[in-house]
Design a protein around this ligand. Sequence first.
Ligand code: GLN
Length: 508
Amino acid sequence: MSADLTTTSAADLSRALQAGDLSSAEVTRAYLDRIAADDGELGAYLHVDAEAAVTSAEAVDAARAAGEELGPLAGVPLALKDVVVTAGVPTTSGSRILEGWRPPYDATLAAKLKAAGTVLLGKTNMDEFAMGSSTENSAYQVTRNPWDRDRIPGGSSGGSSAAVAGGLAPWSIGTDTGGSIRQPAALTGLVGHKPTYGSVSRYGLVAFSSSLDQAGPMARTVLDAALLHEAIAGHDAHDSTSIDCPVPVLAEAARRGAEGELAGLTVGVVRELGGEGHTDGYEDGVLDRFSAAVALLESMGAEVREVSCPAFDLALPAYYLIAPSEASSNLARFDGVRYGLRVGDDGSRDLDEVMALTREQGFGPEVKRRIILGTYALSAGYYDAYYGQAQKVRTLITRDFTSAWDDVDVLVSPTSPTVAWSIGARVDDPIAMYAADLCTLPASLAGVPAISVPCGLSEGLPVGFQIMAPALADDRCYRVAAALEAAQDAARGHRLLDELGAKENTAS
Ligand code: GLN
């Protein structure tokens, strides 16, 4: 029974809970059992509070038994990336510098999910301050990919992707600054969506690069992702970049999409992201799966054409100047006084020395690299040459999107140029690590929504298909992703993730 519960979609769990066929305590315990059995090896979670999870599950069950009016997500468990601030629950953002910090408040999205009655299973591992593409930059542990435990689960939301793909959570919240929801979703066979910038509150997310950071859903199905997204979206006065507009209707778009009718939709295949003359670094298996998925969209009635977005070629260098620049400023708040770690405060040192020691010991090598890079790019004399230039490129990328929308409804590309690589393979090569973000960065820099949906396996490992849409047209991403998901599931006769279950059964 518990094996079944941990492969059921969140939408189905929600239905069974509402119908009274299942109790939240039962589902929550099934997940806690899986965590106890598997997380020692998988390393998806940084913090699990089984007792608190069961207590909140039982409270939902009691409320339901008492006939209280509950929302559709009430009683469904979930995992949060450890970048999300949670009242009284340890929040480290993957860094030693926040070790032991128990925040005094909830992030807006955590408060919304709590109010919706979801049950927090735990906080998931991540690259330190969300800087990375493999989760190997976590100060705490390595997370393994459930499809092949010698490989990385993507990053920086790799704890979330491993937890959901591995059956250790039905769904999870990740954050995406340059690809950290979409890329780990792609590498573990999940659906991951980066919402339109400003449409999900950033209040209470440990800030990395504030003009890019967005939280979003990571789930097993497109419908699940849409349901979770709806639960966290909406205007928030606590976030000055929050867009004041109604919560988007996404689950309906996913349901409509699953009917598979795409007539009237124009799909643009981005030449610069794996197209002719731009295949360097892309694996053949990834390009094959991608082309097959494009053909499938065409067979459902979509009109497909190639679109050129020349500035996308410069997304990588622009992002790796803008993101570190903002990070160098955001991370100045970790001074050894306000949060978590404090080193050398024994009365013999002054404040500056304690601050320097704390930052020296509290930050890992990648975070230091970015602080140094960002500080340099922003310094007088270099600002125009680096940060200023990068901002100009950002504008050009936005213009490429704007002119593409004159001709097409969505743009598509692979989500990641490669499948999941071996643990350790890129840790000493930052440029190779950064290259993993090639396809996800343009949508981040332009603030437009983008989803990754599985499009099959290459050498037994999942490949992701990325769908980008104009700002605030997140529903389009869900509609097209659901159409693709439904067509692929129908063709293979089962969900892609079921193949992971089958693989585990033959292995054990
Ligand atoms: N991999 C990218 C980076 O290291 C993106 C990370 C993210 O989206 N948080 O910055």
